[in-house]
Design a protein around this ligand. Structure first.
Ligand code: SF4
Length: 391
């Protein structure tokens, strides 16, 4: 047993013993562990254990969570806490229970003064007017997954019978937006799409302004994929046509921000200190690590432990530690500050675990150099103008 495990072995470890790790202020809350569709790339169902877990967040786990959240906030004086409702598909969760859960969390926020914000990632297909009212009532930032053109989306995001879900997703997005609720689009990049076609489809045809384009979740044991050229092309179009029109693409905003010396909020650019609460109350680190065979969290459960005690889980500690200690190659890399070493999953190999550069290393180098070349002359020019105005 390591000294840290010894410190962590009781369910009531005092706060100072847990203080070596960041205080958890972000939780992925799994409302459902099943889904109403069957996407080809879904990492969640890569793990057979998922199908053995309770379909919905159990009432026992929910009942234990509320007081533990309050204790966590009070004990660690947490000022802001973010909860992302997730699945499977979170809207499989009964609406009545969702309302009770949100009211209870809001009560915790009122009693503690902590600002608790909500987000939800959904495929959108089950979102009816009642859901929309609930999402508005609790000010939930809603993300919907959409993978681009109908042809591509229908190939990847299929229902249980293998049918594409594009048209239903578009209908759902249009209906939700017609009620005044804005949606944030999450899209997985594909080598089969031209970034120009993707951007034009989203912005010009669907009138979407706020979206993220994620690189596929792969690591060093998977077939390699290349996205450097894709990102550069997307960036050029973004810079030339879309930024001034109020469009925001998070991956590019983050990279630009990092290149000019700002701070990014994306995973891969700093430490990873998230907790995920599973439907049976188990606590673990970021859920996308489920795609890595054989990685198993310990036995920390909200029914028997405090929320902060997820940091006692050896796997949680490994992820956190690896996120702040980059591989030797990354440490020596001139792009380290802008790249951050990439998301944790993308660093994984069986041989060296997380002690590798990202599987997208060359792509990051390419896009960072490209952004530097495109925007740094403008930034320098602006700086000089400002300096001459102020002096
Ligand atoms: S992943 Fe590659 S580009 Fe990023 S910091 Fe590491 S070595 Fe540099």
């Amino acid at each position: 047993m390591t000294p840290m495990q010894a410190l962590c072995k009781t369910a009531e470890s005092p706060p100072e013993q847990l203080a070596v790790f960041p205080i958890i202020n972000e939780l992925v809350l799994k409302l459902a562990s099943r889904c109403n569709i069957n996407c080809t790339y879904c990492y969640w169902f890569n793990d057979p254990e998922v199908m053995q877990s309770p379909k919905m967040l159990t009432p026992e786990a929910e009942k234990a969570f509320i007081p533990k959240l309050k204790q966590h906030i009070e004990r660690h004086q947490v000022e802001k806490f973010r909860i992302a409702f997730h699945g499977g598909e979170p809207t499989l969760f009964p609406k009545k229970r969702f309302k009770v859960l949100c009211l209870a969390i809001r009560k915790v926020a009122n009693e503690t003064g902590c600002k608790i914000s909500f987000a939800m990632q959904s495929n959108g297909l089950l979102i009816d007017d009642e859901w929309i009212e609930l999402l508005k009532q609790f000010d939930v930032r809603l993300g919907i997954s959409l993978d681009g053109s109908q042809q591509l989306h229908d190939k990847l995001r299929i229902d249980a019978k293998g049918r594409g879900t594009y048209l239903k997703t578009i209908q759902a997005i249009e209906h939700i937006r017609s009620t005044g609720l804005e949606v944030y689009i999450l899209s997985v990049a594909s080598e089969q799409t031209e970034p120009k076609a993707l951007l034009k489809h989203f912005v010009e045809q669907l009138n979407l302004k706020d979206f993220e384009v994620l690189l596929p979740h792969i690591h060093h044991q998977n077939e390699p994929a290349t996205f450097g050229h894709y990102l550069c092309e997307m960036f050029d179009l973004y810079l030339e046509e879309f930024i001034e029109a109020g469009v925001s693409i998070r991956i590019l905003d983050d990279l630009m921000c990092q290149v000019i010396g700002g701070k990014s909020m994306s995973q891969g650019y700093g430490y990873v200190a998230t907790a995920t609460l599973l439907t049976d109350g188990a606590l673990e680190c970021v859920d996308d690590l489920r795609m890595i065979d054989g990685l198993k969290a310990g036995n920390i459960n909200i029914k028997t432990h405090q929320l902060q005690e997820v940091t006692c889980d050896p796997l949680w500690q490994e992820i956190y530690t690896s996120s702040i200690h980059l591989s030797p190659q990354c440490n020596d890399c001139e792009f380290k500050r802008s790249c951050g070493g990439g998301p944790m999953v993308s660093r994984w190999s069986e041989k060296k675990r997380f002690d590798n550069p990202s599987v997208y290393c060359k792509d990051y180098q390419k896009i960072i150099q490209h952004i530097q070349k495109r925007i740094m002359p403008r930034v320098t020019q602006l700086q000089q103008t400002k300096e001459s105005q102020l002096c």
